[in-house]
Write a protein that binds this ligand. Structure first.
Ligand SMILES: Nc1ncnc2c1ncn2[C@@H]1O[C@H](COP(=O)(O)OP(=O)(O)OP(=O)(O)O)[C@@H](O)[C@H]1O
Length: 767
């Protein structure tokens, strides 16, 4: 504990800092209002100016220049307003809790004291009253034990002697608690943070980041970082703080649109949505794998990972699984490349391209042109060349059509506004700037024809002269011929038939999507996004290697951070972190890679984690955070008692807990539970893969949708031998148990699964 007079000194300092925050807030509010008024005035003015006469040609040009100028002004004032708004928000969050840490250092013999908070604050002398937690020097707070430490500076590492490290819980102007710690961030703070009740969204952890998490957060050099962390070890928390860190670190060159997070499900997106804003940053882009893939295959219903799982529960088939694995392995990328090398012109699935109901360019046109290209060129280069050729042909056709009667007729029908709009269209170098009457007509005709032919131009630009689905069928036949992955020809042919059948229904199986996209991109040179700088994948164990490779292909310049827990693999086999890292390294071919393991679990009480880890063969490696609770409990019941037992459990938990999730193995079981709860008069929300937010405190969902989420209490539904028959179910049970923060109950219809019986000393089983 800290001495009373020191406490008084700290309180006095806090008062001073709080006064400064309030004073700055008054000024910032004024500045914001002024900026807001200016934006409003400029926008109103801008609106009025755009209605200037645009019918006369000279006016139109003048208006254009003026509009551009006005736009620049609006952009400038809006940006000022946004900066002011951000400043106000930052000061408000500092007002709520100015800082949470302090370090006293000796640097080259000079003592210095730094206070660390959510953002930095300077007084009018330019002295730092609070240092941003992301500033290089603040790293000492998270990393160093007392004694010699160092922190990065532009001139290299700076050495210092860390004399004191102090933690605070501050609410507004009041110090609630504070104490000194000598090693990393002490347990007391964590105990307090972790003992809190859960609400629907995740909180930031900046005040209590642990040393091993800090390595993930502050890494700026790895091209590929793989984090294997046990359930509840703070992987998700660490990546969100990492994003905030990166945005601070590379402020000039990075914005949140250049960061994408692949999240396990839609609920997860809303669960983490508040963390970055609470750190004063905008959210990164978030997408699920299914959404990302669907967006790239428009027009087809893409089966989701969850549908695939539900379907496999109904009819697991060895062959089906083998085919799936073959289509999802990294080797398939090589098979695709080999297939394309041996592909001859007649086997390319060229198709007629229609425009306004007629064949505009025929399949034969494409084949004929394609055959003229040297076979020494790569397939992709020949397809790109073909595309460019037909785009040029179309340009020539457009120019030739300018004097066509139907075009001149159409131009005559245009009203003045339309005519001038077309005249203003950018039609590259096709028309000279020096305008005379004939050329003006040509210019308008060209712009008009460009618009008319835009869909055709788009179709060629997007390589729609190749039917990629037909090509994929051909690829499957190729795999059949070569008995790829040791699977007999006839089974590959069933896959090909299934693909064709699904296509007729405008659908596609999950495992086919990436191979189709890969094939398309390898043939046509499309599908890459050069703008994205960071890609984060949470729950990486749920994705196939080919999917990861495809992400690398799609975001060639991005640095990747992949996080997961091999033990929570619900959809594929468990792999050791080292073998996974090796596989990624081989696949990604990057220079700087790093594997970080997090073995300490923070989420659940010790009793819950003792149960969860006992389920795993290597569970002994998991360290639990010492937070006491009650032993998990299982009630073994008859089918007829399920509804009432569930109701009893819910009522009992409700007396102490806020959020309660009833987790099932499948969606169908979740629906059954929901009916039972309704019969028992218990209000709840039944969630499925399409849900984006939780709206109730009592939730029912399959375990796979609870991925990445946490609840105050969990009720595991039907942990019987029937439902969880063998070790394939271990990952499910482990995930289920580790979602609970404070209490875990389970219900078993008939005898409890062997997997739990084997660890019966960690639970109370009640008959
Ligand atoms: N350093 C920390 N300080 C405070 N709370 C923490 C810390 N690290 C983790 N937690 C808390 O532990 C819980 C689990 O964290 P998180 O969800 O990030 O773990 P995870 O590794 O992604 O879990 P899982 O893989 O099981 O979904 C969260 O409530 C988080 O706030």
């Amino acid at each position: 504990m800290v001495e009373t007079n020191e406490w008084q000194q700290e309180q006095a300092r806090l008062n001073q800092v709080s006064d400064e925050i309030e004073a700055q807030l008054v000024t910032a509010n004024k500045d914001f209002e002024q900026a807001h008024a200016e934006t409003y005035a400029v926008e109103t003015n801008y609106g009025a100016n755009t209605s200037i006469n645009t019918f006369e040609e000279d006016d139109a040009m003048e208006t254009n220049a003026e509009i551009q100028q006005q736009r620049n002004i609006v952009a400038r004032v809006t940006e000022t307003e946004q900066i002011m708004a951000k400043m106000v928000t930052t000061l408000h969050s500092l007002q709520a809790s100015p800082y949470f840490g302090r370090v006293d250092i000796l640097e080259d013999g000079d003592p210095d004291t730094l206070y660390i908070g959510l953002a930095s604050l300077q007084d009018d002398q330019g002295d730092f009253l609070i240092n941003d937690w992301r500033a290089p020097i603040s790293g000492i707070y998270y990393n160093g034990a007392l004694g010699p430490v160092s922190y990065p500076t532009p001139m290299g590492d700076q050495k210092a002697d860390l004399k004191k490290k102090r933690q605070y819980t501050i609410e507004g102007r009041h110090i609630i608690n504070m104490f000194d710690t000598d090693v990393t961030i002490g347990d007391e703070m964590l105990q307090y943070a972790l003992g809190q009740q859960n609400d629907a969204t995740m909180h930031n952890i900046v005040a209590t980041i642990q040393q091993e998490q800090n390595q993930i957060i502050r890494d700026t050099t790895s091209d590929l970082m793989v984090v294997q962390g046990v359930a509840g070890s703070g992987k998700t928390s660490a990546i969100l703080q990492r994003i905030a860190f990166l945005l601070f670190h590379a402020r000039e060159n990075l914005n949140s649109d250049q960061i994408v997070l692949f999240s396990p499900n839609r609920l997860f997106s809303s669960y983490i949505a508040d963390v970055l804003p609470s750190l004063g940053e905008r959210n990164m882009r978030q997408v699920t794998m299914s959404e990302f893939l669907s967006a790239r295959l428009q027009g087809l219903t893409v089966q989701t990972l969850f549908n695939q799982y539900e379907q496999d529960q109904e009819r697991p088939q060895a062959i089906r699984q083998q085919l799936q694995q073959a289509l999802e392995s990294a080797d398939l990328a090589d098979a695709l490349a080999n297939y394309l090398t041996q592909l001859a012109a007649p086997e390319i699935a060229f198709v007629d391209v229609y425009f306004q109901g007629e064949v505009w360019f025929s399949k034969d046109d494409f084949v004929t042109y394609f055959k003229t290209l040297p076979t020494a060129y790569a397939m992709m280069d020949r397809i790109i060349q073909t595309k460019q050729h037909f785009l040029e042909v179309l340009q020539t056709q457009i120019l030739d059509l300018r004097q066509a009667d139907w075009v001149l007729d159409a131009l005559n029908q245009l009203d003045d506004a339309e005519y001038h709009r077309l005249l203003d269209e950018d039609i590259d170098a096709l028309v000279q700037a020096d305008v005379n009457m004939d050329e003006t007509v040509d210019q308008v005709a060209t712009a008009y024809l460009k618009e008319v032919f835009q869909p055709l131009d788009d179709a060629i630009y997007n390589s729609q002269f190749i039917d990629i689905y037909q090509q994929f069928s051909d690829f499957l036949q190729y795999l059949a011929r070569t008995e790829y992955a040791g699977i007999e020809q006839k089974w590959w042919m069933t896959k090909e038939q299934r693909f064709a059948h699904q296509l007729e229904q405008h659908a596609i199986d999950y495992e086919d999507v990436v191979p189709v996209l890969y094939l398309r991109d390898l043939m046509t040179g499309s599908g890459t996004n050069q703008f994205m700088q960071y890609v984060f994948v949470d729950e990486m164990q749920d994705y196939a290697m080919l999917q990861m490779l495809y992400l690398k292909h799609a975001f060639p310049y991005a640095k990747f951070t992949l996080l997961g827990d091999a033990e929570q693999a619900l959809f594929r086999a468990v792999q050791t972190p080292e073998s996974l890292m090796q596989a990624y390294q081989d696949a990604f071919q990057v220079k700087k890679h790093r594997l970080i393991k997090l073995n300490k679990s923070y989420r659940s009480t010790q009793q819950i984690m003792n149960f969860a880890k006992a389920l795993l063969p290597d569970g002994a490696d998991i360290q639990t955070f010492q937070r006491p609770g009650t032993k998990p409990q299982i009630r073994q019941v008859e089918a007829s008692q399920v509804a009432t037992t569930l109701a009893d459990m819910v009522h009992q938990l409700q007396t102490t807990q806020k959020t309660i999730a009833i987790l099932t193995k499948t969606q169908t079981q979740a629906e059954t539970v929901s009916v039972d709860l309704t019969d028992q008069g218990i209000d709840h929300q039944l969630l499925d893969a399409d849900d984006r937010s939780r709206q109730a405190d009592i939730l029912v969902m399959p375990i796979y949708l609870a991925k990445g989420l946490e609840f105050d209490a969990v009720i595991g539904y039907d942990v019987s031998q029937m439902n969880y028959p063998d070790t394939d179910s271990t990952g499910l049970l482990y995930t289920l148990a580790s979602r609970a923060m404070h209490e875990l109950m389970m219900i078993s219809i008939g005898p409890v699964t062997q997997l739990i019986n084997a660890v019966a000393d960690t639970v109370d089983i009640i008959d």
